[in-house]
Write a protein that binds this ligand. Structure first.
Ligand code: 9GP
Length: 829
């Protein structure tokens, strides 16, 4: 009997893991099991947290078989895959997405109902993992969703920050930052693997040694930490595919020194531990402006070194021939944050695997590609040679060698043009000697891409022109995209149902099919249904804002929405000036309130904690809101709402309800934008400049369905060249003068003229982002918006055409572009 039992056990162990039955009964059984055995509670005594966790575990159970199978196949087939290296993943809530991907939403809802539980209540329990600042991190999350949906083997690598982007509250209209303890109750979606930790070293010095007659350099590190992987499932949309997101958490090598602890010096005993674990403690809340802190470089090296080790030592078979590495992997560098991976791979190949420098370099150049996400020169990371040499001395040597070889090649090609050599050097000399990470990435990467047509063009022509000349064919464009699963299917169920009704369900993975809606735009009945969807979304938003913030959204208002990080280049200032202009025109009696098209301006924005001007603008928006909302002279026709703590969860409610999407950055400053795509896909019309992906949105939806204003990028350049004097614009436009004067008068600061003086004087005498220069054309275009909105039927037609014509902005398409132009990975195995 015992022999047959053993045989049976073996058979069981070898059999593939099976998913629970996809029935309501099967789901209930699994859910209760999880509640009892994993949470240790009975249904009758369980808390909402228990139930949420048990539900998440249940969804995981359904995905597990596929995940294990995909991991097995990946090891077996050894096809070329993508390792996406990103310091940020702004994931948003997982539950709904994973239910949708596994096709379980209805079953789960029914199963829970049979236990007396409302699925919606459990949805609210999830704290979203805010492991990113804004567009860059959200893009990474969209990309890994699309790769799984396309069936491309991919591992996303990043950092498991213990604290994500701060939680924003307002006190007296001013931003206050609270820590985001998203892990306070743990996360049911992660699988920690402490046994698979990697040791990551820092500091110390380098030394040369004799290796059988060859002089080699090696690194003698000063200290190290453990990188513990936490795996997350990344399910494709109803295709049975599950990829992996692997986030690293820092842990001290020795938890603490018991000897010191026993001697009574408790603080000293845990000091090393605290120091090491700080590495993954908190996300830097800067967006588009790096700040060169040592801890940040520690974070960057920490996660890329762990990821490279993970790939070479764990994913690859033991006897793998490393000269074939480019056939197995491409590391995509998401902005400059992971670029230290380049010298790290060189170090591993040369120092540890004893390869010749030239061979290692040839391999490295094929294993990396770099995406640049910015045009702001101050946002391109540089690391001072002192800091880098202190933290990663061997890497600095390697960077010098890469630079020497590169500059030799430049000299050979362009002659001794010292000016050009200085401009192209990976090492910059001013204001201090530093490593220009974007240059390093450009030299090392097989391809370099920008994130929208205009951005890629400016990157080639303005930011890195010498490199474009030196490396013909290296630069390319991949316009960003957003996942239709989260941002249409989940965020806008009513619109999704309407589309599915018209087209069938295939559009969710083939977004270009939305084109077929064009004919429906001509059908009055379809337009009426579309209008009803928008109205329902507004009611839903209204309920959310009432519950969340105590706000009331007025009926019949155009919802005019600007949600994104607060940055001067994005020009929230312009939007608030429009509000002040309308307000001033009524209180001064020049316009009758009854003539205003009812509008609610909705803002959502976090400012980097150290960015004083951005915080001041938040204060101003809130101050204007308090005054305008309370002033009865407006008869409730103009409102400003600024719900705090804008995040992915709120975006999913706000975007589907919006009528007007504000994309009003100064031309040449917004690399792409992705919010702009989400709004258009949900049937909002855009008021925007010719910047970033707005350009492509406008081309696709047509001029007549887009409100364009402001200077083009060449016009901006021309104005700078002529000499920009913002005060001249102030003098020339009465409305602008009145609006700024009203702010300066203290009308929004209880008579205190000093509160917003820094904003006003900055606009009048500096105005780096040309708010005043674009003001007149913005206001004029807003007048056209009002007129257009008055004809609701025509507006709805335009809105439907926006949906129909923006299928291009699916991140599935972006991923296909990366695959075709950059990665050359097979679509499946
Ligand atoms: O500012 C860009 C934004 O325009 C773009 O859409 C996003 C994704 O590509 O990246 C942002 N860049 C950064 O956050 C930092 O470079």
């Amino acid at each position: 009997a015992s022999e047959s039992a053993t045989r049976a056990t073996h058979a069981l162990a070898l059999a593939p893991v099976t998913a629970p039955a996809s029935t309501v009964d099967g789901f209930v059984r699994e859910f209760l099991q999880n509640l009892n055995f994993n949470r240790g509670v009975a249904l009758s005594t369980s808390s909402a947290t228990d139930r949420y966790f048990a539900l998440a575990y249940t969804v995981r159970d359904y995905l597990m078989a596929r995940w294990l199978e995909d991991l097995r196949r990946q090891r077996e087939v050894q096809a070329k895959g993508v390792a996406y290296l990103s310091a940020e993943y702004l994931l948003g809530r997982q539950l709904d997405n994973n239910l949708l991907a596994s096709g379980l939403t209805d079953i789960a809802s029914e199963a829970l109902a049979s236990c007396g539980i409302d699925l919606d209540d459990l949805r609210q329990q999830e704290v979203e993992p805010g492991l990113g600042n804004g567009g860059l991190g959200r893009l990474a999350a969209c990309f890994i969703d699309s790769l799984a949906t396309l069936g491309v083997p991919n591992t996303g690598y990043g950092i498991r920050y213990e604290y994500g982007i701060f939680r924003q509250t307002f006190e007296d209209g001013q931003q206050v930052e609270q820590p985001d303890s998203w892990l306070a109750y743990g996360s049911p979606w992660e699988f920690p693997h402490p046994e698979a930790a990697q040791t990551i070293s820092f500091g110390g010095h380098t030394e040369t040694y004799d290796d059988g007659g060859v002089q080699r350099s090696r690194w003698v590190p000063g200290w190290n930490v453990q990188a513990v992987p936490y795996n997350y499932m990344v399910p494709g949309y109803q295709n049975g595919r599950v990829n992996t997101l692997r986030l690293w958490s820092a842990k001290a090598t020795n938890s603490f020194d018991l000897r010191v602890f026993n001697s009574g010096d408790y603080e000293e005993a845990v000091r090393a531990q605290t120091f090491a674990e700080n590495i993954s403690k908190v996300l830097y809340p800067e967006d588009s402006t790096p700040q060169g802190k040592e801890l940040r470089l520690q974070q960057q090296y920490f996660f890329v070194a762990a990821s490279i080790k993970d790939f070479l030592d764990v994913t690859l078979p033991k006897d793998f021939d490393l000269t074939k590495l480019p056939d197995r992997i491409i590391f995509q560098l998401n902005d400059t944050h992971p670029v230290i991976a380049v010298p790290e791979l060189m170090r591993v190949l040369v120092d540890e695997k004893k390869m010749e420098w030239e061979d290692a370099w040839a391999i490295t150049q094929k294993c990396f590609a770099y995406t640049c996400h910015t045009l702001l020169p101050e946002a391109l990371e540089v690391w001072s040679v002192d800091l880098l040499g202190h933290l990663l001395p061997r890497h600095l040597e390697i960077i010098y060698r890469i630079n020497d070889d590169f500059l030799d090649a430049v000299r050979e090609r362009f002659g001794d043009d010292e000016m050009r050599i200085r401009d192209m050097s990976i090492i910059g000399e001013h204001p201090v000697r530093s490593v220009r990470m974007a240059y390093l990435a450009t030299v090392a990467g097989a391809k370099v891409n920008g994130v929208a047509e205009l951005h890629s063009q400016l990157l080639r022509e303005k930011v890195l022109p010498d490199f474009d000349e030196f490396f013909p064919g290296k630069f390319t464009n991949v316009t960003n995209g957003v996942t239709p699963r989260r941002f249409v299917r989940l965020a806008n169920p009513e619109l999704s149902a309407l589309i599915t009704d018209a087209l069938g369900s295939g559009w969710v993975t083939d977004l270009e099919r939305l084109r077929e809606l064009e004919t429906h735009a001509e059908d009055p009945e379809f337009r009426a249904r579309f209008a009803e969807v928008k109205a329902a979304n507004k009611r839903r938003l209204s309920a959310v804002l009432r519950e969340r913030d105590g706000f009331e959204v007025s009926d019949g208002h155009m919802l005019d929405v600007m949600v994104k990080r607060l940055h001067e280049y994005k020009r929230q200032m312009l939007k608030i000036l429009h509000v002040v202009t309308q307000y001033e025109s009524v209180i001064s009696g020049r316009v009758v309130a009854a003539d205003l098209q009812p509008r609610t301006a909705i803002f959502g924005a976090k400012a980097a904690p150290g960015y004083a001007m951005a915080k001041n603008i938040i204060h101003l928006i809130n101050a204007v809101g308090s005054v305008v909302n309370a002033d009865t002279r407006l008869e409730g026709r103009l409102k400003v709402l600024f719900p705090p703590n804008y995040n992915v969860t709120l975006a999913e409610r706000v975007i589907p309800a919006a009528d007007l999407s504000e994309q009003i950055s100064l031309a040449g400053k917004e690399a792409s934008g992705t919010g702009n795509m989400k709004f258009a896909l949900n049937g909002a019309l855009t008021i925007g400049t010719d910047d970033g992906a707005n350009v492509e949105i406008r081309e696709l939806v047509g001029d007549e369905n887009f409100f364009l204003f402001g200077m083009s990028e060449p016009e901006v350049e021309a104005l700078w060249a002529r000499g920009y004097k913002p005060a001249e614009f102030y003098q020339a436009d009465d409305n602008l003068r009145r609006a700024l004067d009203l702010i300066a008068s203290g009308a929004f600061s209880r008579g205190d003229r000093s509160t917003f003086e820094p904003i006003v004087s900055n606009l009048l005498y500096d105005d780096r982002f040309m708010v005043l220069a674009d003001y007149s054309s913005y206001i004029a275009e807003q007048v056209k918006v009002d007129a257009a909105y008055a004809d609701q039927d025509a507006w709805n037609r335009s809105a439907i055409l926006n949906v129909a014509r923006t299928g291009f902005f699916s991140s599935d398409r972006s991923m296909r572009d990366y695959i075709d132009r950059i990665w050359h990975t097979p679509p499946s195995f």
